[in-house]
Ligand binder design. Structure first.
Ligand SMILES: [Fe+2]
Length: 297
């Protein structure tokens, strides 16, 4: 999100008032009419939602719950080995169900007493400024659909597995929740498109795809890694660099492939001191000054 918004399937209202989620031909559910109908229905629920009302319940099918069970089982094993301590602590505090897909309303109700975070349903693309601005108010926009059952360990777009297993477990941990909030405050403070993109790219390389050294081992904390069966096995093999605001904020990356460069924090404190402080204090001018150093006169 962040640029995640760009790889969500576009959602449009048809002339007859119905909602259409456009899936690409390469999407695993492209030729499955029943799945397409589900996606349209779930997107419509989100489009019709008004902030402040309870999040509409999605009646998931047994097949969809089975996808959740399978992915939860696989990811839990990987998390024990590769997730940072704060994420595991958030996981223990939140206690997400592993036998069924939880409703977003239910996840939000469990999160709120822990860190004040709640969920808002997203039909598809959420503009960057809305997505980040809501974080400042402790709201997290999330999709409710689940990936296609034919490939339970793969999704070309962020589904409820990513939004909940990836993000909610982080949002249940105090130190991560604070980082999400200051990222939101930064997005709200800056006015130029360039500065907003810089803020969102730093988010991408930290809260989405961040890794961290912990007790001599390289662990992951980014929701994009911790919700991906494939990426969680690969992240230690890619080009790992030390946290660097300018490099992260100006990196061009391809969201359709595994990340081939990741940025490692030395510790949680290092992440907070460098990235948390940046988000807490950055302005259009400070970001322009930072990026000016990379431009030749
Ligand atoms: Fe995400």
């Amino acid at each position: 999100m962040f640029e995640e918004a760009q790889y969500l399937a576009p959602v449009t209202r048809r002339a007859d008032g119905g909602v259409e989620v456009e899936l690409s031909r390469s999407h695993p559910g492209f030729a499955d009419d029943e799945y397409r109908e589900r996606r349209n229905h779930i997107a419509e629920l989100a489009l019709n939602h008004t902030r402040g009302d309870p999040i509409p319940e999605v009646e998931y099918t047994d097949e969809e719950h089975e996808v959740w069970r399978r992915v939860s089982r696989e990811l839990t094993v990987s998390h024990a080995q590769y997730a940072v301590a704060d994420y595991l602590e958030g996981t223990a505090r939140l206690g997400l169900p592993t036998d069924r897909i939880p409703q977003l309303e239910e996840v939000g109700s469990a999160l709120r007493p822990l860190t004040s975070f709640r969920y808002l349903p997203a039909a598809g693309l959420v503009p960057l400024r809305d997505f980040y601005g809501s974080l400042a108010d402790s709201y997290f926009h999330a999709t409710q659909y689940i990936r296609h059952h034919s490939v339970p360990l793969y999704t070309p777009e962020p589904d409820v597995v990513h939004e909940v297993i990836g993000h909610a477990n982080m949002l249940a941990a105090d130190r991560f929740a604070d980082l999400y909030r200051v990222a939101g405050e930064a997005a709200r403070r800056v006015e130029t498109r360039d500065a907003l993109e810089f803020v969102s790219k730093v988010f991408w390389f930290t809260l989405e795809f961040g890794v961290m050294r912990e007790d001599g081992a390289l662990k992951a904390y980014g929701a994009g890694i911790l919700s991906s069966y494939g990426e969680i096995r690969e992240f230690r093999t890619v080009d790992i660099r030390r946290l660097d605001l300018l490099a992260m904020g100006t990196m061009q990356y391809d969201i359709t492939h595994y990340q081939d460069i990741l940025y490692a924090a030395d510790s949680m404190t290092h992440l907070e001191d460098l990235v948390g402080t940046f988000w807490a204090t950055c302005t259009d001018d400070s970001i322009a000054a930072l990026t000016a150093t990379t431009k030749t006169p």
